[in-house]
Design a protein around this ligand. Structure first.
Ligand code: BTN
Length: 332
């Protein structure tokens, strides 16, 4: 309700009468008034004039000193049918992936979006932790209940990587790359990491949770990361609005997921993914537990493996999860 009022006021850009809001949402004047009061408490400037109604005075987030990061503000920006249609927002939480798995057991719907301002036990890939300070970055997890076979779930990470890259490009105008399979890279540095986890029962997926951490304004990275991490504000030289970016990611993901689901593979996204693939045409080092080797990355397959051409001309398919790939001179 708060989110719907906010979305309507933002769209109209003029005074909207209390009566109109009551009729539009089928609620009482008191309910409208209470929602407006709560939005004001959240920090929204809403002007109220007798006989004219309510006006949203400023766009939150364009103000450099503050950004409103709440469930209503995020929801009011969503233009999707199912991805991020239901938002669970927390000021602070251990890990959005863990919370999403918990909510999945409590019947949260397909497309539920779990967002927090900070994590106290953020998780990275390969058992690493993910530093998640407050007021700086985006930490979210999307809950999915796919109908397809568990063997296809690993491709979802690439679908999310593609969606995040496209959304960042759209919101910032920056050139965004993907380091296979799922790191988002700007100016040669990592700006987003993705962690996908799945729960399977016999041969069916119970649920999949896809978590992403996007560096938006964090400047002080741990010394071991400082050389290879960057945030969006620094990369584009202005303040990026976290709610707008989240909504853009959900829109891009919904579009990409539907294309992926209909095709049953990454085929519809492959060319667009490969265009952003920073490893393409470069020499990479494949850290295979069975033995490291080098080759030139060519692109991905329809099922998300990386194709690497070896010096003898043969092409190797590299499966994510088993190995990691590095540039021969460092991170990319
Ligand atoms: C990586 O190691 O690159 C993956 C990092 C994934 C971090 C995100 S932040 C939101 C979600 N919740 C977590 O605990 N981890 C993911």
């Amino acid at each position: 309700m708060k989110a719907k009022i906010l979305a309507l006021l933002r769209e109209r850009k003029t005074y909207v009468s209390g009566q109109q809001l009551c009729e539009q949402f089928g609620v009482s004047r008191t309910a409208v008034w209470k929602a407006i009061e709560q939005l004001r408490e959240d920090g929204h400037k809403i002007d109220a004039v007798p006989r004219k109604g309510y006006l949203l005075v400023e766009e939150p987030g364009t103000d450099l000193t503050r950004e409103i990061y709440t469930q209503s503000e995020i929801s009011s920006r969503m233009q999707t049918c199912w991805a991020g249609k239901k938002v669970y927002f927390y000021e602070s939480i251990g890990s959005t992936n863990v919370q999403a798995r918990q909510l999945a057991e409590e019947e949260a719907p397909h497309g539920a979006l779990i967002v927090t301002d900070m994590q106290t036990a953020g998780r990275g890939r390969r058992g690493r932790s993910w530093n998640s300070p407050a007021g700086t970055n985006i930490y979210f997890t999307l809950l999915l209940r796919p109908g397809f076979h568990p063997s296809k779930a690993s491709m979802l990470t690439l679908v999310m990587a593609h969606a995040v890259a496209a959304a960042i490009e759209e919101e910032t105008g920056l050139t965004v790359g993907i380091k296979w399979p799922n790191d988002i890279v700007i100016q040669g540095k990592k700006v987003c990491g993705i962690l996908t986890e799945m729960s399977v029962e016999q041969d069916d997926i119970r649920h999949v949770v896809i978590g992403a951490g996007i560096n938006v304004r964090q400047q002080d990275f741990a010394p071991e990361l400082a050389e290879r991490a960057v945030c969006l504000d620094e990369a584009c030289g202005r303040r990026v609005n976290r709610c707008r970016l989240l909504a853009a990611v959900m829109e891009a993901f919904e579009r990409d997921y539907e294309a992926f689901e209909a095709a049953g593979s990454l085929m519809p996204l492959r060319a667009s993914y490969d265009e952003r693939l920073i490893n393409r045409g470069r020499e990479v080092c494949v850290l295979d537990p069975a033995g490291e080797y080098r080759g030139v990355a060519q692109g991905i397959t329809d099922t998300g493996e990386l194709l690497v051409e070896l010096s003898d001309g043969t092409v190797q398919k590299v499966f994510a999860g088993e190995v990691s790939v590095r540039g021969i001179y460092g991170y990319v």
